[in-house]
Design a protein around this ligand. Sequence first.
Ligand code: AVJ
Ligand code: FE
Length: 425
Amino acid sequence: MPKAPQVTSASTKEAIATRLEEARERTLLLLEPLDDEQLNRVYSPILSPLAWDLGHIANFEELWLVQTIGGREPLHGDLGRLYDAIENPRKTRGSLPILRDAELRDYLEEVRERTLEVLDEVDLDSEDALLRDGFVYELLLAHEHQHNETMLQLLQMVERYEPVEGWPLPPNDPAASGRIRSGSDHRGPSVPWEHVAGSDMVLVEGGGHEVGAGSDRFSYDNERPRHRVELAPFWIDRTPVTNAAYAEFVEQSCVEPPMYWERDGEGGWLRTAMGRSEPLAPDHPVIHVCWHEADAYARWAGKRLPTEAEWEAACAGADRESANLDQVALGTAPAGTHAEGASDCGAEQMLGDVWEWTASDFEPYPGFEAFPYPEYSEVFFGDRYKVLRGGAWATRRNVIRPSFRNWDLPERRQIFAGFRCVEDA
Ligand code: AVJ
Ligand code: FE
């Protein structure tokens, strides 16, 4: 099919520069309340110090947008080795001689300056697969966005973390303008969640369903190629499993409560986020559970976790603009919020609030080709990792689409993960 006429390269470049700036602004806004000591501190062996994330964000940008695309030499010799995620497991990152403090901030700025220089020179209409449709820039944006979420996993552990004044961000205005409203209390009632109770199931028809990403917009290699799967009909929970439902499972099965839950001393639960304890909100989706816990709950409830193909079929038609994404609220919304963003089958909150564990191992789709580098997805394929879908409140909106595949080890709980169940129809 002939392509629609392209916007001019100059306006495309301007749009890319604006989006790169917006991404950086959010990264820095999240870290603004912290001092250098907190950026360098190791809070958990399974999470990088924030200074590593920051340096890695800049180094990934230098590697792709400055060295690879622009043919420039690296600013700091083989510094990049320290920021290689495969070479340096998270538990070692705190003791690496990474850039810190003022040097780190200078590096972020110097790389960005060069990135914009190179952007000015490149030919976005080139046949080079890295440049075509701005692929490498989309990759970089998605990368910084995804690392925001990793940073937020750590921020959950920072005692008395106070977001900058003005959070929650205005919904659907993801700080794109660069300025954030001030004067509202982020814990106040300023997020107008409309609560709709209930957690019944909705039907997904059997038959052929298209899954995976087409070639019309940016996607990761692991989402391609788009292909057809045959599914038997099934019921899926209309909303993610709630804290109240999960608490019942904890009481009856004597399993560990989710991460960040504590007893309140009166038979109830408190939940701690960013060092602050609050009564557990019964109607919110459960979050910070591992795959084994999600799977055990599903079996306890006489159900099972969806396969990722089932999940994606149930997600068809969901609207990511009506979803609790993008760090707007810095937390989950009650189950039933954003009913207007429901998918075609009537499932709600498929996108946003909590990542949803699926029954599936992270495997390549038939015909998979690694691009642009095997370390993004290919080296993780196999039965060690489980697939999560849908994105969480901490996920930047740009990252999320029904075909997006996230993966993690089944024992991990620091990620923003919940789940919903299915049953054969
Ligand atoms: C897709 C979230 C599993 O954090 O390991 C960041 C994303 N890849 N930098 C990860 C990613 C390279 C990735 N996950
Ligand atoms: Fe990364």
